[in-house]
Design a protein around this ligand. Structure first.
Ligand code: HEM
Length: 217
């Protein structure tokens, strides 16, 4: 077999191993803390918060793959985007199940009251409503079936990230806008998403310009 192909396969396998380990570790830690009774006086609330934070971290990690691949010329890294995206969806689903099923036992009137009293929940639902079709269509079959629309659809991940940041910033105790309270972490996510979005727009603009120049010459 071609030595370059063997090397590429090894790199892909090592990357996949690292990504699966890093993404599964917080779930194992959460399970261990739950079983050992280390989840504070309100274990369900802590589990909801922790899964939410893991989901948003993985969402930002998924968006970071593209600039990393471009800056470091690590094209092989792009193959790991789907794995990270699916883990993001998995933790977001667990987060929603813990809140809606485990905490509120699907009591619709109570859940509705929460949604009226805590409008930040709508942003969580908005982010989740985007992550769901992206997870379903992340497979090759859908890539082929949707053609150019696949890329358009998957650009919505940036919108999901904006919704998730608003959901986070509004959920924590404090004031996201006047910088009072526990807002440092949500702000770090907000700045990361803003940077990643700006990077995406800038590089897309540059690529389009290069294409135009090439077709003109
Ligand atoms: C159906 C969708 C969702 C529901 C019902 C939901 C529900 C909640 C609730 C109830 C909280 C507050 C927990 C508390 O402090 O007591 C919360 C916080 C949070 N959620 Fe969600 N969420 C949803 C989707 C998402 C998604 C898609 C993400 C990220 C990708 C996310 C990330 C977070 C984060 C980061 C927090 C703050 C955790 C903290 O306080 O440290 N949520 N969510």
């Amino acid at each position: 077999m071609n030595p370059n192909l063997i090397r590429r396969k090894r790199i892909l396998r090592a990357q996949a191993f690292l990504i699966h380990s890093a993404a599964l570790f917080p779930a194992i830690l959460l399970l261990a803390d739950g079983l050992l009774g280390n989840l504070s006086v309100n274990p369900i609330q802590q589990a909801v918060q922790r899964t939410g934070r893991i989901a948003i971290s993985l969402l930002v990690a998924t968006l970071t793959v593209r600039p990393l691949a471009q800056i470091g010329r690590w094209q092989a890294l792009l193959a790991q985007r789907r794995t990270l995206g699916l883990y993001t969806f998995g933790y977001a689903l667990l987060h929603a199940i813990l809140f809606l099923v485990v905490d509120y036992r699907l009591a619709l009137s109570l859940i509705l009251r929460e949604f009226i009293e805590k409008p930040y929940l709508w942003f969580g639902v908005g982010a989740f409503a985007i992550l769901l079709p992206l997870a379903i269509t992340s497979f090759r079959y859908w890539m082929r079936k949707l053609g150019k629309n696949w890329k358009r659809l998957h650009r919505l991940l940036y919108l999901a990230a904006i919704f998730a940041v608003l959901h986070y910033g509004w959920a924590v105790k404090g004031d996201f806008l006047t910088l009072r309270g526990e807002v440092l972490r949500p702000w770090l996510y907000a700045l990361s998403v803003a940077f990643l979005l700006a990077w995406r727009l800038w590089t897309t603009l540059l690529q389009r310009r290069q294409k135009l120049r090439r077709s003109a010459s």
